[in-house]
Design a protein around this ligand. Structure first.
Ligand code: XMP
Length: 307
C-alpha cells in the first residue's frame, strides 16, 4: 500500500541531499503534478525553490489568480507570476495551423523559462514527471541527468515523483494540504485555450471560449464526474434569431468524455437537462454565440482535444 506521508518524508530527505542550499526552479502549470512537485520540493528547499507560473493568456477563468493565491498566500512559495499574454498573442498572430500553434507556444514557453532561470541563477530544474509520462514515451531515462536549454543554460534535473502514478500523486497532493481545485483537477493541455479555439486566435474568441468553458464546468459540478469537460470555439458562423432580427454568431462545441488514461475515451451520455442548461446559459450569457453543439465522437476515431 502506498503511504503518502512516508513518501513525503523520504522525498524531503532525498531532495535535501540532492539540492542542498542551491537554487532550483520549477514551472507551475496549475495542474496537480507540477503543484505537488513544487510544494514537496519547497518543504526541503524553502526560498531556494523559485516557482514560475507563466500567464500565457490561454488560462481558464480566474486561473492565474487562483494559482497565485494558493501558492503565494497559502503555501508561501517563492512564487513568480510572469505576465506573458502580449508576447504569446504577438507570436501567434496570423497562425491557424494547430501544430504550428503548439510549436510556437512550446518554444515561447522555453524561451521565457530560460530567461527566468538565468535571472534566478538556478542550478536545478524540478519537474513533476510521473510514471505514465516516461512509460508512454518509451521507457525509463536515468533519473539523474542534465537538461540544456536553447541558449545553452545547463540545469540538473530533479524529478521527485518519477515513480508515482496519478492516483498516488493525488494522495500526496492531499497529504500536503493542496486544495481540491488542484488535487482533483481535470487534465488541461499545456497550450491551454489556444487549442480550444479552432484556427487563428483573436482576443474575442479566446474570451468567448473561456466564458463558455466556465459555464460547462459550473453546470456539471457535483452532478457528473467525467474525465474532462470543456468548451471549444469552432470556425465559421451560424444564423440565429434575436428578437425580431437575424443574427450571425459563433459556434461552441461542448465536449464531455469518460476515460481511464486518455488513450481512449467515450463521449459521455450526459443527462439532457444538463446539456440544455449549458446551451441556454451559453447563448444567453455570451450573446456572440448562436449555436451550442454536443460532440458525440469517441476516441478513436477523434482525439479528446479538437486541435
Ligand atoms: P488527445 O487530444 O490527444 O489528448 O486525445 C489526450 C489527453 O492529453 C491532453 N493533452 C495535452 N496535455 N499538453 C498536455 O499537457 C498538450 O499539449 C496536450 N494536448 C492534449 C488532453 O487534454 C487529454 O487529456
Amino acid at each position: 500500500m502506498f503511504n503518502a506521508e512516508k513518501f513525503i518524508e523520504n522525498s524531503v530527505t532525498k531532495i535535501k541531499e540532492q539540492i542542498g542550499n542551491k537554487r532550483a526552479i520549477i514551472a507551475l502549470s496549475g495542474g496537480v503534478d507540477s503543484a505537488t512537485a513544487a510544494v514537496l520540493t519547497s518543504k526541503a528547499s524553502g526560498e531556494n525553490l523559485v516557482s514560475i507560473f507563466v500567464d500565457t493568456g490561454f488560462m481558464r477563468k480566474n486561473e492565474p489568480e487562483i494559482v497565485r493565491k494558493i501558492f503565494e498566500e497559502q503555501f508561501h512559495l517563492n512564487f513568480k507570476l510572469i505576465d506573458a499574454k502580449t508576447e504569446y498573442f504577438a507570436a501567434l498572430k496570423g497562425v491557424s495551423d494547430p501544430e504550428k500553434k503548439r510549436e510556437i507556444i512550446g518554444h515561447k514557453f522555453i524561451e521565457i523559462f530560460e530567461r527566468e532561470a538565468e535571472k534566478e541563477n538556478a542550478q536545478f530544474l524540478v519537474q513533476g514527471t510521473i510514471a505514465p509520462d516516461w512509460i508512454e514515451t518509451g521507457g525509463k531515462i536515468k533519473s539523474h541527468h542534465n537538461v540544456t536549454l536553447p541558449h545553452g543554460m545547463v540545469l540538473e534535473l530533479t524529478e521527485p515523483m518519477y515513480d508515482l502514478y496519478k492516483d498516488e500523486v493525488r494522495q500526496v497532493a492531499r497529504a500536503l494540504g493542496l486544495p481540491g481545485e488542484i488535487s482533483e483537477r481535470m487534465p488541461f493541455p499545456g497550450p491551454g485555450l489556444a487549442v480550444r479555439v479552432i484556427g487563428e486566435l483573436t482576443h474575442e474568441k479566446v474570451d468567448i471560449v473561456r466564458r463558455a468553458d466556465a459555464i460547462v464546468k459550473e453546470e456539471i459540478k457535483d452532478k457528473i464526474h467525467p474525465w474532462q469537460a470543456f468548451a471549444v470555439l469552432l470556425e465559421g458562423r451560424a444564423t440565429g434569431v434575436k428578437g425580431d432580427s437575424r443574427d450571425y454568431g459563433y459556434l461552441v462545441a461542448v465536449r464531455i468524455v469518460e476515460s481511464l488514461d486518455a488513450m481512449t475515451a467515450n463521449a459521455m451520455n450526459v443527462d439532457w437537462k444538463i446539456l440544455k442548461k449549458i446551451s441556454e446559459r451559453v447563448t444567453r450569457e455570451i450573446p456572440e454565440v448562436t449555436r451550442v453543439l454536443y460532440d458525440l465522437t469517441d476516441k478513436p476515431p477523434a482525439t479528446i482535444e479538437f486541435e
